[in-house]
Design a protein. Structure first.
Length: 387
């Protein structure tokens, strides 16, 4: 029963340590990932306009223009833009059908949508790969859109993206692609690239009283927060405001990895400590029970190497069985964790499993050192005298 409990302890330790290793690897990888836009030199402002005063798109757009004029007047502000959605704060995913005007081809598409003012891509430092950004003349007279490179790869095939026109929306209106930008993350730092479509904010019917701003600053963003808040307050005194640096705003994107690594790392360390105590206790008790046997073996000529092999074989069997069971359980238990991991990290990551096997092996050797030294110090005469 003691051996069974220690083997079970080793198996549980293996599962917990594997989970901790995967979360630590995920944290390391996600920390090196970029969201696709600048978070170091930017400020994010969330504005909630009073619904009673802002019922029409024209009023909301006029507020946005007024606010942007004020923000660009702050010393040190290089670019400022308004948007319906800032990444990591909200999500709008469309699933619909588009029809290409050149040949009538219909495609079922899914993409993230956003509506932004012309300076959005410069303010966010999102590279423009082809075509042009939005301009002040893009106000709905001719419907235009900008898509990201993932949208181009998935839906446009061999078409030249800039100038391609497709029918989309409730009224099946013609929309023309005028630019292509690089893909960004939208909701999680580890998400797979997803198609994105942008429209000019002045082009849409905007009845949403929440409007967000991004401000790119040539000086430290934290030093500009008070000025940004004051400027937005002047543009609309009764609005609700939330202003913070972009870096502080997206910190929660790393939260699942950080919490998982901290929690599972702590539990794993405790499980490893318990396994160490269990292995030591069972081996020490086993050697105490076999003192007479070891003494007789030494009396008839057993060498220290042979005694060591005798003791370590018992330890190695328990460790091997525990690791084998833990490995089998881990391969199944870690599969649901895939949704928390960055692209490229698999729940069956060989490096994580190899590291855990090495740690448990080292722990087992450490646990065996004390009992092994006791076995090597057995005196045959003392054994016979005690008998």
């Amino acid at each position: 029963m003691r051996r069974v409990l220690v083997i079970a302890q080793i198996a549980v330790s293996f599962v917990v340590l594997t989970t901790a290793a995967l979360f630590l690897e995920n944290l390391a990888r996600s920390s090196s990932l970029g969201p696709g836009f600048d978070v170091r030199d930017t400020i994010h402002a969330d504005v909630y306009l009073p619904p009673a005063r802002y019922k029409e798109s024209r009023d909301i757009n006029l507020f946005a223009e007024r606010a942007l004029d004020g923000l660009l007047g702050i010393p040190g502000v290089a670019h400022a833009a308004a948007a319906r959605i800032i990444p990591f704060t909200d999500n709008t995913t469309f699933g619909s059908q588009i029809t290409f005007q050149d040949n009538g081809e219909k495609r079922q598409v899914g993409f993230n949508w956003n509506a932004v003012t012309p300076d959005y891509f410069r303010a966010m430092d999102i590279p423009l790969l082809r075509g042009r950004a939005f301009g002040p003349h893009d106000n709905g007279a001719t419907l235009v859109v900008i898509v990201n490179d993932v949208f181009v790869r998935q839906y446009l095939g061999t078409r030249e993206p800039v100038g391609t026109t497709f029918l989309w929306g409730p009224d099946r209106a013609a929309h023309t692609i005028v630019g292509v930008v690089r893909a960004t993350k939208n909701m999680t730092i580890g998400e797979n690239p997803w198609p994105q479509l942008y429209e000019p904010l002045a082009q849409i019917r905007n009845d949403r009283t929440r409007i967000q701003f991004v401000i790119r600053s040539a000086v430290a963003p934290a030093e500009q927060i008070a000025a940004v808040r004051q400027t937005l307050r002047q543009a609309e005194p009764s609005a609700g405001l939330e202003v913070e640096t972009m870096f502080a705003g997206i910190g929660f994107a790393f939260l699942p990895s950080q919490v998982g690594a901290a929690l599972m790392g702590s539990v794993g360390a405790l499980a490893l400590f318990l396994s160490l105590i269990g292995l030591y206790g069972v081996l020490a008790y086993s050697i105490t029970r076999r003192t007479r046997e070891i003494g007789v073996r030494v009396a008839i000529g057993a060498t220290p190497t042979q005694v060591s092999r005798l003791v370590l074989a018992d330890f190695a069997r328990m460790l091997a069985v525990g690791i084998a069971i833990g490995l089998a359980v881990s391969l199944m238990a870690t599969r649901p964790l895939a949704i928390f991991f960055v692209p490229g990290l698999r729940p069956s990551d060989p490096a994580s499993f190899a590291a855990v096997i090495a740690v448990l092996g080292a722990t087992g050797v450490l646990a065996a050192l004390g009992p092994l030294r006791r076995a090597l110090r057995v005196d045959p005469l003392e054994c016979l005298r005690s008998e």
